[in-house]
Design a protein around this ligand. Structure first.
Ligand code: RFL
Ligand code: PHB
Length: 403
């Protein structure tokens, strides 16, 4: 069977789902293909921090209701170095900007619900296998072949959006000579837990300790999300719950502060990397989100970058379908890459300031200590951190020379 649509979207993560709903709001048709089932997509625990631009975009398509009811608005974060806790008042330093703590799986859940209630096409357990005709002219339209309910199906469209994450097929179909990639691996990973226990903090704590980095985040008044720096090749079986709690207590410990403990309902280890591919367009294929770039999670930027990519993509596709202006499509890649590099730099800065790098010599450790001190003692340094953390404006041209 061949299904026809305007935009074929591979992946029902935040990028693919948000793109499909932004397009629907402009009257552009799309079909979303997702290789996993709905339960898997809705329960995959990942990011938690939404920038204001992300919240505004969800509001703009009528998806802010539960987010505003259940999300936790934070005006600052704590940075802690060897037991000394400092608050960065981000709202004060950025003219009132805040972040909202709301789990990625909740964003995904809201988007899936809206899509299915609107009876707009979204196929679960539909794995894209190949993408053809991306650069051929004439009447040959792009085709995505996918496997659904044991059968090979074809999705024919005007454009394909590769929103299929870091391990997806979309980036891989771009011929080697047409794509430049750069990356960094880190000698550490994050062990993340979700625990049924009221958070022991009112705002996120990022902590550097001589044993390594730790972080305390939140999900709700009853649910806490915490992370520990571990070896990227470590096995989660080496981390029974009592070892996790005692290491968190050590690394997050501060005067007159107690870490609440409770049942751990999810735990896992994720490696960390920085990765950029460019351009983000190949003929009629556009990459968005983790398919194009990965940032280490210390800056809380991955989900927000995925959302800002698809905001731009929805705009250029809509203009293409609804007017005679077909040139705007070519601006997509550059607009997104500029913002992604800003996030790369910030995420790398946060990562190197807060983690213990086993390769560091005493010179590098002193530089790290000096940067930590400066960040919490200089208003200019704290302001720079805050501006990046709350998010530079979506599609900002701040780096462009004025024309
Ligand atoms: P996703 O979420 O990986 O979704 C891709 C989807 O594509 C599907 N797929 C396919 N479907 C059909 N056919 C195929 N051939 C397919 N191949 C793949 C997959 O099943 C999947 O459903 O990518 P997307 O949409 O680009 O979203 C990116 C974000 O998920 C990611 O950047 C963030 O989670 C990163 N991140 C954070 N970002 C933030 O902005 N703030 C944070 O606080 C934050 N914390 C984090 C994070 C990521 C973490 N991990 C686990 C890496 C914390 C952690 C621990
Ligand atoms: C989270 O809440 O999962 C979270 C928060 C901040 C980060 C990364 C993850 O930098």
């Amino acid at each position: 069977m061949t299904i026809k649509t305007q935009v074929g979207i591979i992946g029902a993560g935040p990028a693919g789902l948000m793109l499909s709903e932004l397009l629907a709001a402009q009257g552009v048709e799309s079909v979303v293909l997702e290789r996993k089932d709905r339960v898997y997509c809705e329960s995959r625990i990942r990011a938690g921090v939404l920038e204001q631009g992300t919240v505004d975009l969800l509001d703009s398509i009528g998806l802010g209701e539960r987010l505003h009811r259940e999300g936790l608005v934070h005006q600052g974060i704590y940075l802690q170095f060897n037991g000394n806790r400092h608050r960065i008042n981000m709202a004060e330093l950025t003219g009132g900007k805040c972040i909202t703590v709301y789990g990625q799986q909740e964003v995904v859940r809201d988007l899936i619900k809206a899509r299915l209630e609107g009876e707009r096409p979204l196929f679960f357990e539909a794995e894209a296998l190949s993408i053809e005709n991306l650069t051929s002219g004439g009447n040959r339209k792009p085709q995505v072949t996918f496997m659904h309910q044991g059968r090979n199906e074809v999705l024919e469209c005007e454009f394909v959006a590769g929103c299929d994450g870091f391990h997806g097929i979309a980036r891989a179909v771009i011929p080697k000579g047409q794509l430049t990639t750069v990356s960094r691996e880190y000698p550490f990973g994050w062990l993340g837990i979700l625990a049924e226990v009221p958070p022991s903090t009112d705002e996120l704590i990022y902590s550097f300790h001589k044993n390594g980095f730790a972080m305390h985040s939140l999900r709700s008044p009853q649910l806490s999300r915490l992370y520990l720096q571990v070896d990227p090749d470590d096995d989660i079986r080496n981390w029974p719950d009592d070892r996790i709690w005692s290491e968190l207590q050590i690394r997050l410990g501060a005067a007159d502060w107690v870490l609440n403990q409770g049942p751990i309902i999810d735990k896992g280890i994720t490696p960390m990397r920085s990765f950029m591919s460019s351009p983000m367009q190949y003929g009629r294929l556009f990459l968005a989100g983790d398919a194009a770039h990965i940032v280490p999670p210390t800056g809380a930027k991955g989900l927000n970058l995925a959302i800002s990519d698809v905001k731009v993509l929805a705009e250029v596709l809509t203009v293409n379908f609804t007017s005679d202006n077909h040139g705007l499509l070519e601006s997509y890649s550059e607009r997104c890459i500029r913002r992604a590099w800003r996030a790369q730099d910030f995420s790398m800065m946060m990562t190197s300031m807060l983690h213990l790098d086993p390769r560091s010599d005493s010179f590098e450790l002193e530089l790290q200590r000096s940067r930590q001190e400066f960040t919490v003692s200089s208003k200019a340094a704290a302001t720079a951190l805050s501006e990046n953390y709350v998010g530079i404006p979506f599609d900002s041209r701040i780096m462009m020379p004025k024309s």
